[in-house]
Write a protein that binds this ligand. Structure first.
Ligand code: PAF
Length: 300
């Protein structure tokens, strides 16, 4: 496994591999890797000849009121996982290497997609995400880049900017990996106490209840939504947002379901902010992902 901290060395290593005709799969992360990232690496490895992992805690995507210093940093175990999963290249730059001063460029995401859901509460977050993702895509030039569907808004926005700006990489969404009780794996779960963990399980139960009604043919959004909300109330979790949106453009949905929808939630459990979603659609990979959610959430 090759390790780089420098943009120039990474670029020349990758261009040598590309000139040998090798396809490149890219998994951008902020480290603190868990099985969810492991899944991204596994899918990338199965579809490409070389897998590149980046580990960079991107300051541009943290709002001033968010604690960048609290973000977990676990480089040794991250490297171990990368090695175990047969990752070919790890890129782990410093902030100065990524953003040499003066750094004057910033992607601005339209508020229609970037100012809703998490964007309402995390000012500038998606501008920061898209700036670093485009920069990384330009450095790595992968055939395919892999993003977890747990952050569905991030995935949709990245897909849109890559298409709008004509970047040649393909953006691939990988279904959420769920642990005990269906809780979506997240680097933040380590901050949950035992009782907070139990409380958080009403989130997957709520999403599973929504999918259950959808699967039975219910099309009335308010009914699907109420079934899910009931589970949150029973579990004592008050969401920061809980919304049904069009899965292709993130517009708010009401009335009858006519298109592919995403039911997305963010909620604080104790001081830990969790996000999750279920995509209500009759197509893969969404059906298998939702069935996995239902199985785990109702099997507690
Ligand atoms: O999802 C993440 O871990 C980050 O937002 C990403 C895509 C690596 C950009 O910093």
């Amino acid at each position: 496994m090759e390790f780089f901290t420098n943009r120039k060395d990474l670029k020349s290593h990758l261009s040598a591999l590309r000139s040998q005709g090798k396809s490149v799969g890219f998994v951008p992360t902020m480290g603190a890797l868990h099985e969810g990232h492991g899944k991204l690496l596994e899918v990338a490895k199965s579809q490409n000849e070389v897998t590149v992992l980046s580990i960079f805690v991107n300051p541009k995507q943290f709002a001033p009121n968010e604690d960048l210093a609290r973000y977990p940093r676990t480089l040794d175990s991250d490297m171990e996982l990368a090695r175990r999963l047969g990752c070919g290249v790890v890129f782990c730059p410093t902030v100065d290497e990524m953003y040499p001063q003066p750094f004057l460029t910033q992607v601005r995401v339209d508020p229609k997609m970037g100012g809703v859901l998490c964007g309402q509460y995390r000012a500038g977050h998606f501008d920061g995400v898209c700036t670093v993702v485009l920069l990384l895509l330009n450095l790595v030039s992968p055939n395919r880049a892999y993003f977890g569907l747990k952050d569905f808004q991030q995935f949709s926005i990245i897909q849109k900017i890559v298409s709008d700006l004509g970047h040649p990489s393909e953006v691939v969404g990988v279904p959420t990996v769920r642990g005990k009780g269906g809780l979506a794996l997240s680097s933040r779960n380590r901050f949950l106490s035992e009782s907070e963990f139990e409380k958080a399980l009403c989130i997957p139960r709520a999403l599973a209840a929504a999918f259950h009604l959808f699967e039975k043919g219910e099309k009335q959004i308010s009914l699907i939504f109420e079934a899910a909300q009931k589970e949150l109330m029973l579990g004592g979790v008050e969401p920061q947002y809980f919304e049904m949106r069009d899965a292709s453009n993130l517009e708010l949905l009401s009335g009858q379901m006519e298109s592919k929808a995403v039911l997305a939630i963010a909620a604080y459990v104790g001081s830990t902010r969790l996000i999750d979603n279920v995509v209500l659609a009759h197509e893969e990979p969404y059906v298998s992902a939702a069935l996995d959610l239902v199985r785990k959430a109702t099997n507690v």
